[in-house]
Structures are given as structure tokens and as C-alpha cells.
Ligand binder design. Structure first.
Ligand code: PRX
Length: 647
């Protein structure tokens, strides 16, 4: 915690969309009369048929239902592309910066229109219609944005799977939503290394009964891949056969736009479903106000489109606003640790949005790689994905931003569709480590374990008392799970899964997850997923996974593993298990530390006491709490004496 405060610079208060007084009055209006507020702001997108109803939402247990602008008709691709053609057809929509600094490309809104329509026609020729699901497994190349918008244009529901997920994870996601079409690339390229995307798709599809009907393969590296006749087609060959005109399907505001799988505390990843109208209104409005986006800004969000940040703040929000959005294929330290700053200079980026884990890793390389670049174009910095520690915040502010650029620390989730708690740069003073105040229409509350709402300065669990337009609508195919996961812990409220503190100024400080979800380098991971991967190994009898504090990643993955009788706990087996998890889930789930444990701390009823495992992983041996309810208190001593050290 830091008690530093940075006041809003006066030129920001004057030039930004909102200053503090304006924020206060808009916020009050947004929560006092959401129908009037969103009825007005819903007009920021174009509607084929205007809505007459605005908010129709219920958090009532057993009847959770969320609808916004429900009788309006529109199309997301129309809003992100077509409506800009008349006024800014020749403006750059997407700047693409390749993995290698020698490769970049600029795509105007007019070119974007042609590309999206072609891809939509390629899908349409393969039978894709409104409501069909299409899985996208692409690297960070412009075709990823074209594919998203092409689906939106046809009314097909895209499900993007991050390129770092294994064939198993990909297959599970294709099967869960019943995609019949997959869009991929021959290979991805990251930090000079190739990622075998098409081979992964082949392996994934082979596990699915009935397979898929079509695999569309974008040539990225030109590497040789297996093509299954009748099923697989190279995108460039298919695109050569179609026109660049394709009508935009009229979509009801509540028709689905996309599914994005995310981890929870139990079970397999959930298909978070977002719909059309409310999502786009919310993504575009937050993009404009939070980043104080003005025409002429060059805006860069370093996320991957495989995560929600890429959906809302690389593609949909910025393009709905007619912005120039930069898409980066590479990684922060290739070919050098100056890469981010070099790209900022090369493309004259004015708004830069990245994750604390990237900041921490670059901070380790010192100031020189930053200072050798200019960064004069920068005027605003953003952070997302996990709590930012004050040291990283200060470094970002003073070294990267040279004390000139406000930092917006944006708290939100896959489920929320857009940013919920954040500073507005012309309105909100900054406190390093605090996401500060709610965005318009967002009503955060802090509750204690029993659900009692806390007043004033307090600490507890973060809930949101009422709906906002960008909220997820359901878990795809499992509405009951949606209600259970988010609305049953504190009935009548949306439970975020995060803990938080509210200070005397009413500022929020997110303290991290209070459930069995961990956040590794800003990637969300369910400990249960890693556990089930581990126990699938023939030599493993039992596993328990917890997070532990990690200097760069924020949290690392700590696995306690009990082996089958007679299996030797060797260093080799440890490596084998790490490789196994990588193969089962993907590299982002690799355990950092594996401790072989003859026994796990369990209650007499057999429940694993994770609280104790967490404390051991955190080196907090003194605060293990009550261990007297354990079936065998002796296991704790063994666990402590064999604690694995951070490497
Ligand atoms: O714990 C919070 C953390 O990331 C979780 C959501 O993860 P995901 O759905 O993958 O979305 C990440 C990008 C929006 C949250 O429950 N989180 C995200 N942003 C912040 C954060 N924690 C603290 N501060 C943030 N700014």
C-alpha cells in the first residue's frame, strides 16, 4: 500500500471529456436513473431499429435475467466498420506491428471493410449462418480482427481460444460450444519462435466426435502443414473466390456476439456469453472516457485478442469509436527489452495500455532501455489484469511516462465485458495501486463474509449491486451455472470473486481473488484445472494447487503432489509433471514449484484444507491458523520442512 496521491493536472481537467465535477454529476445521474442515462448513451452506436426499452434486468435468485436495449436492432461490424466509411474511410483503423520489427502494416477503414466482407463471404460459402459458433485460434495478426468482425457481420458467435492453449484445451472449447468451423493459421510467431497452431487444431479436432466441417488456414509463416482435403482450405485461396461485399445481418441487441472461455474456482472453464447492443455501447463508451480517446490518438493495447481485453479494447471499443488501434504480434523483450518503447516511437503511440506483469519484467532491465527511446508521443498510460504494486506503478509513471502521463488502473473481468472501476484521467486523482472509483452506472459494494454491506472505509468482498450494459448474460448452455457462480453467494448481487478495500475517499483497492482462481502473469487460471491435469498423470494419486507471490508473474503456481504408492519422487518426475501440465492445458499453466507430499492436510471428513497449503506456499508458517481439526496434524510439519524454494 502506498499513501501517495497524484492530483489531476489542470490541463487534463480542462481538456479531458470529464473533470471531477462532471464525473460526480454524471455518476449520480447514471445510478439514480439508469434508464434515462443509458437511454441517452445507447445512442452512441448506430441502430437499424432504435430501442424503446433500455434496462430490463433482474438479479433475483432463480430468475436472473439481463437485457439491455432489448428491442433495438443493430450490427456490431456495421458499427465498427461501415459507419466510419463516409467520414474516415482513408484513416488507418489497424496498425499491425509484427513479431519482427521489420514487419508492419497499416489497414484503413476502407481496407478493413473489404477484408471483413471477404472473410464473411468465405464463412458464408461454408454454410455459416446467424447463431452458428465459429472458433478462432489465431496469432495476433490482422486476420484475427477480420475474423471477429466477419462473424459479427453474419451474426455468427465467435469463440476465440488463446494460441497458448494446448490441443486438449482447444478441443474442449470447440466441443463445448459445438463449433463446426475453425479459423487458424499455419503457425504463429512469437519472439522469433514458431507456434504450431494448425497442428494443434488437427490434434484438437481429432478428439472431437464428428470433428468439424471446415478449417480455414491463414498463411502466416508459410510453414508446411497437413491439409485434410475437403475440410481444410487456405484462407487466401478461398478469399480469391469471393467478393468484398457482404450485407450486415440485422441483430437484436440481445443476440449473442461472442463466447469466451474463462476459468472459475471449480469445474471446466465456463463459456462467458456476451451479446450485441449493451456490450458494444459499454465497450465503446469506456474506451472513450477511460482512455480519454480523441480523434487523432494512436491507441495501443498490448493484450492478446484471445483474452477479453483484446476483444473489448483492441477490437470492439476502439473500432466502434473510429480509432486507430495498434495490434502487436510479438512480446515485450524481443528483439530487445526496448521493444515496447521502440514501437511507441515508431508509430507515435499516444495511449498505451498494458499489464503489471509486463511492467515488472521490463522494470528488472533497468531504466536505460526505456530512456534510450523518446516516448514523446505518449500522453496516457493504462494497466489491467491484476493488482499493480506501487513500485511498478511509480516506475511506469516516472520512468515510462516521465511524470507526464496519468495512469488508469482499470479493474474488470471477462464477465464484466468492460472496465468497471477506474480513474478517469481528467477527473480522478491517482493513488498508486488503487483502481479508484466506479465507472458510470457501476454500483460496487463491499460485503463481509455473511453478506452484510459495509459502509465507509472498510475491507471485504467486492460485489456489484446492479447491472450495467456490458455484463455477461449467461454461461453458454448452462444458465444455472451462471446463477450459481455469480448470484448465489450474495443473493441479489453479482459476486466478483475479488476481495477489496475501500478507503476514506471512497477509492477501491482490489486485493485479489478470494476464491480458487489464481492470476498468473495476468492470465486467469482455476487451481482445479491444474489439479485435474496433474491427477490425470498415471503416477499421481492426489494434487492440490495454490498460488504464491511471484515477483514478475504476480502469482506463481504451487502444486502439492501425492504420488502413487511405490513411485519415487525424483527431480526427473518433477520435470515430467511440468511438461505434462503444459501439454494438457498449455504453457501458461506450467507449475512453478512442485512439492511431493506424502499426505495433504485434510479435515476428518476428507476435505483438503487449502488455507493451510496457501500459507505454506506463501512462507507464512506462523499464521497457519487452527490445525486441530485436521485428520492428521502431523502432515503439516512435513509440508513445512519440504517447502520448495522460489527459483
Ligand atoms: O482479480 C481480478 C483481476 O483479474 C480478474 C479478472 O480476470 P480476467 O477475467 O482474465 O480479466 C482480466 C482483464 C480484464 C479479476 O477478478 N484484475 C483485473 N484487472 C485488475 C485486477 N485486479 C486488480 N486490479 C486490476 N486493475
Amino acid at each position: 500500500m502506498s499513501d501517495k496521491v497524484y492530483d489531476v493536472p489542470s490541463q487534463w481537467a480542462q481538456k479531458a471529456y470529464v473533470d471531477d465535477a462532471h464525473y460526480q454529476s454524471m455518476y449520480a445521474a447514471s445510478v439514480n436513473d439508469p434508464n434515462a442515462f443509458w437511454g441517452e448513451h445507447g445512442k452512441r452506436i448506430d441502430w437499424f431499429t432504435p430501442y424503446t426499452k433500455v434496462k430490463n434486468t433482474s438479479y433475483d435468485p432463480g430468475h436472473v435475467s439481463i437485457k439491455w436495449f432489448e428491442d433495438g436492432v443493430t450490427n456490431v461490424a456495421y458499427n465498427c466498420v461501415d459507419r466510419h466509411l463516409e467520414t474516415r474511410g482513408d484513416q488507418v483503423a489497424i496498425i499491425w506491428e509484427g513479431d519482427s520489427p521489420d514487419e508492419s502494416r497499416k489497414i484503413t477503414y476502407r481496407e478493413l471493410s473489404a477484408e471483413v466482407n471477404k472473410l464473411a463471404n468465405v464463412l458464408r460459402n461454408r454454410g455459416v449462418e446467424k447463431g452458428d459458433r465459429v472458433t478462432i485460434y489465431l496469432p495476433m495478426i490482422p486476420e484475427a480482427a477480420f475474423a471477429m468482425l466477419a462473424c459479427a457481420r453474419l451474426g455468427a458467435i465467435h469463440s476465440i481460444v488463446f494460441g497458448g492453449f494446448s490441443p486438449d484445451s482447444l478441443g474442449g472449447r470447440i466441443a463445448d460450444c459445438g463449433s463446426k468451423v475453425v479459423i487458424t493459421a499455419d503457425e504463429g510467431l512469437r519472439g522469433g519462435r514458431k507456434v504450431p497452431l494448425k497442428a494443434n487444431v488437427d490434434a484438437a479436432v481429432n478428439q472431437i466426435e464428428g470433428g468439424v466441417d471446415h478449417v480455414i488456414v491463414v498463411r502466416r509463416t508459410g510453414g508446411k502443414v497437413d491439409m485434410t482435403p475437403g475440410r481444410d482450405v487456405y484462407y487466401d485461396e478461398a478469399a480469391a473466390m469471393v467478393t468484398d461485399e457482404c450485407p450486415a445481418e440485422p441483430m437484436n441487441a440481445e443476440d449473442p456476439l461472442f463466447i469466451l472461455y474463462t476459468s472459475g474456482s471449480t469445474g471446466k472453464p465456463k463459456g462467458v456469453l456476451h451479446t450485441t447492443g449493451g456490450y458494444l455501447v459499454y465497450a465503446s463508451m469506456t474506451h472513450q472516457y477511460v482512455f480519454d480517446y480523441h480523434p487523432g490518438d494512436i491507441y495501443w493495447c498490448t493484450a492478446d485478442v484471445g483474452w477479453v481485453t483484446g476483444h473489448s479494447y483492441i477490437v470492439y471499443g476502439p473500432l466502434a469509436n473510429g480509432a486507430t488501434t495498434l495490434m502487436f504480434e510479438g512480446i515485450p523483450n524481443y528483439p530487445s527489452v526496448s521493444r515496447f518503447w521502440d514501437v511507441i516511437d515508431k508509430h507515435q503511440v499516444s495511449i498505451f495500455y498494458t499489464a503489471p506483469t509486463a511492467i515488472r519484467s521490463l522494470m528488472q532491465a533497468g531504466e536505460e532501455p526505456v530512456k534510450r527511446t523518446s516516448r514523446a508521443s505518449l500522453r496516457l498510460l493504462g494497466s489491467v489484469g491484476e493488482p499493480i504494486n506501487p513500485e511498478a506503478w511509480e516506475w511506469y509513471y516516472h520512468v515510462v511516462g516521465e511524470g507526464r502521463c496519468p495512469i488508469v488502473d482499470t479493474w474488470w473481468q471477462t464477465e464484466t465485458g468492460g472496465i468497471l472501476i477506474t480513474p478517469l484521467p481528467g477527473a480522478t486523482k491517482l493513488k498508486p495501486g488503487s483502481a479508484t472509483r466506479p465507472f458510470f452506472g457501476v454500483q460496487p459494494e463491499v460485503v463481509d463474509a455473511a453478506g452484510a454491506v459495509q459502509e465507509g472505509a472498510c475491507e471485504g468482498n467486492l460485489v456489484i449491486a446492479d447491472s450495467w450494459p456490458g455484463q455477461m448474460r449467461t454461461v453458454y448452455g448452462d444458465h444455472e451455472r451462471f446463477e450459481q457462480t455469480y448470484f448465489s453467494t450474495y443473493p441479489g448481487k453479482y459476486f466478483t470473486g475479488d476481495g477489496c478495500r475501500r478507503d476514506a475517499d471512497g477509492f477501491y483497492w482490489i486485493t485479489g481473488r478470494v476464491d480458487d482462481v489464481i492470476n498468473v502473469s495476468g492470465h486467469r487460471m482455476g487451481t482445479a484445472e491444474v489439479e485435474s491435469a496433474l491427477v490425470a498423470h498415471p503416477k499421481v494419486s492426489e494434487a492440490a494447487v495454490v498460488g504464491f507471490p511471484h515477483d514478475i508473474k504476480g502469482q506463481g503456481i504451487y502444486a502439492y503432489v501425492t504420488l502413487m504408492d511405490g513411485v519415487e519422487p525424483t527431480e526427473e518426475l518433477r520435470k515430467e509433471l511440468v511438461a505434462w501440465v503444459r501439454r494438457e492445458i498449455g504453457p501458461i499453466a506450467s507449475p512453478d514449484l512442485i512439492q511431493f507430499a506424502p499426505g495433504l492436510p485434510k479435515t476428518r471428513s476428507g476435505k483438503i484444507m487449502r488455507r493451510i497449503l496457501r500459507k505454506i506456499a506463501e512462507d507464512q508458517f506462523e499464521s497457519l491458523g487452527d490445525t486441530s481439526t485436521l485428520a492428521d496434524p502431523g502432515v503439516v510439519e512435513d509440508l513445512i520442512s519440504n517447502r520448495q524454494n522460489k527459483r
